[in-house]
Design a binder for this molecule. Structure first.
Ligand code: GLY
Length: 381
């Protein structure tokens, strides 16, 4: 398989320059960059911490790519600063946070002392949020809240499963992986539609486990397809296939990828919702494109059909090329790699840089350019 032609050294150099600038300036976990300055997670508002791992993950990638100890030292300091979250039940995103801060860190450095906190986080996550009646993980809300909170799941949770698969392998306890695989099977049934699009949110009766309805939080409507959610699903189902070997997850990831390709605008960077009524006069989400590129490269590694693997790889490279040509901050003074992300259009947050857009952009560059490093960081189960 040939590597598509992208100016990878230039793309890495620029990304590293931005990361170095951020190391000098950010004071807390960066979330979105507006008017040239990063806005941080809010210390007291626990769900806002879902983004904490992306900055640490970006530092680990910088370290793994360069071997420069200054990135390692910074990553360790920032990982220490989020360790308090490992017993926090008020977020469903402990997978995002601790997989990137601790498991990725251990892979980048070989330092296994980073791992016990990740296991503790997996324990907090699954014990508080897995509903065995509906076989889903709870999104948002309090784990002892009313039925509307305990009955809610979302598509983003697919990205939190790798922490649970990892936890089973690390601890020898199969229950983490069992809960993760059950959640993925449920999500496939209730949030993936026959056309390969996804709903953002699903509501259950938490007492009986009965599925009630599709809903949305950041998309246009319950019946629309929120583009970043589609990216989370594509990456998440491919990753589930890696961990379970169950081909139903491979076929699901393929269907999601085909939807992305069939519904892409000319420059391949999706609008914030595939069904927005204002297309083409509405916001893009560069972070969705970055997640899609990284997710497709996860799928490439697992794909059993060589022609499809080549197709996913070329498409991922084309997305990265478009992000680089049309959405990077080059030529501006903005201390982020990608511009024009959309945190949540229904909540009035659009057209800014996003830390997860930057993280998945660099992850995709590593995956595309360095098979040995990718093997070490992403491909081992
Ligand atoms: N997981 C939250 C988001 O993608 O905005």
């Amino acid at each position: 398989m040939t590597t598509p032609t992208l100016p990878l050294p230039e793309m890495f150099d620029y990304s590293l320059q931005i990361i170095e600038r951020m190391m000098e300036t950010v004071e807390y976990f960066p979330e979105r960059c507006e008017d040239g300055r990063w806005i941080y997670a809010e210390k007291e508002r626990i769900p806002s911490h879902w983004i904490d791992g992306f900055w640490v993950g970006l530092l680990w990638l910088a370290y793994a790519h360069t071997g420069d100890p200054k990135f390692e030292a910074a990553a360790r300091q920032w990982a220490d600063r989020l360790a308090w979250l490992r017993t926090e039940t008020r977020t469903h995103d402990l997978g995002f946070i601790f997989y990137l801060a601790n498991v990725l860190g251990a892979r980048a450095t070989g330092d296994e002392s980073l791992l016990p906190y990740a296991l503790e986080a997996a324990q907090t996550f699954v014990s508080g949020r897995y509903n065995p009646r509906g076989e889903y993980l709870q999104a948002w809300g309090r784990v002892d809240g009313p039925p509307i909170e305990r009955g809610r799941t979302n598509i983003d949770l697919m990205m939190n499963l790798s922490l649970l698969f990892w936890a089973s392998k690390y601890s020898g306890d199969p229950n983490y992986a069992k809960s993760a695989a059950n959640h993925a099977r449920t999500t496939r049934l209730v949030l993936v539609r026959p056309d390969g699009s996804t709903a953002h949110v699903g509501d259950f009766n938490p007492e009986t486990g009965a599925f009630l309805r599709q809903e949305t939080h950041q998309g246009l409507s319950h019946a629309s397809c929120w583009s970043r959610g589609q990216g989370w699903a594509l990456y998440g189902f491919a990753n589930c296939y890696r961990h379970t070997g169950d081909e139903v997850f491979l076929y699901t990831a393929r269907r999601l990828a085909e939807y992305v390709i069939a519904n892409a605008p000319a420059d391949l960077v999706p609008f914030w919702d595939y069904d927005s009524l204002d297309i083409p006069n509405t916001y893009r989400d560069s972070s969705a494109a970055a997640v899609i590129a990284a997710g497709l490269l996860e799928l490439v590694d697992l794909e059993i059909d060589d022609q499809l693997a080549a197709k996913w790889r070329q498409y991922a490279a084309d997305v990265l090329q478009s992000l680089w040509n049309n959405y990077s901050s080059r030529g501006t003074d903005i201390p982020a790699i990608l511009l024009h992300g959309s945190r949540s259009v229904p909540h009035g947050k659009a057209d800014h840089a996003l830390i997860y857009g930057d993280y998945y952009f660099v992850e995709a560059l590593v995956r595309l350019s360095n098979p040995t490093l990718s093997q070490k960081l992403f491909l081992e189960v």
